[in-house]
Design a protein around this ligand. Sequence first.
Ligand code: 13P
Length: 285
Amino acid sequence: MLVTGKSLLEHAQAHNYAVGAFNVNNMEIVQAIIEAAEELNAPVILQASQGGIKYAGIEYIASLGLLAAKNAKVPVALHLDHGTDFDEVIKCIRHGFSSVMIDGSRFALEENIEFSKKIVEIAHAVGVSVEAELGKIGGTEDHITVSDADATFTDPAEAKYFVEKTGVDSLAIAVGTAHGVYKGEPKLDFDRIEEIRNTIDVPLVLHGSSGVPYDALRKAVSLGICKINIDTDVRASFAKAVKEHLNLHPEEIDPRKILGPARELMKETVKEKIRVFGSDGKSWL
Ligand code: 13P
């Protein structure tokens, strides 16, 4: 069933777990995520970045996501990940996304507020939820790269001001994670998560969660993280399964035989994450 991002995150916040938000670019990834969520009876978020939308086309991504969500036996939100462009965000709302992320983290505080607030007014008028980002999360997610030097942690007092001014439904915070593959082990600033949690009420979002040790993710959830974003680890499973299959069967040309095992491995990866986030068994349908 298609639901808003807000309803998913409020349920997660009330029941002390995090909803997994997995990036999608094609049919196999969508099916892997939905099958995993249904097998574990877990609410889940399908999210497409602007890069994913550019690759597949908005009609394809929206149709795939909405079909999957509407037919799913668990609550599913279709979410735009890192919307940096006003027109792109509006396009997703028009195509039926039930949640959007507006990423104004490249702006100074007041500009970020102005940019995010404009989207909040439009999205809320048509029942769509809004996530925003404060602080700068490092690493590369599709078209956005933030160098280590530019990455800045979220300030709790600024977060309070930002949420009050914009009216966003959830907030992505920068607390030591980064998009993409980690060079060393990421160190999360747990005190900062706790301080932000004690300062603002809206559900908190953790980006760059692939490669983060599971005990750190569990602790982040216990401190108030309600949505956890995963892209890289699902990509890695996709590539691993395709490579393994083609190494064993170099003569294979049937896309179903090449992509079928990738779909299975991605599903196992998503299931593993769902269990770590504690969202298994949390579907209310
Ligand atoms: P990873 O690259 O760690 O999977 O992060 C994905 C993400 O945060 C998407 O917004």
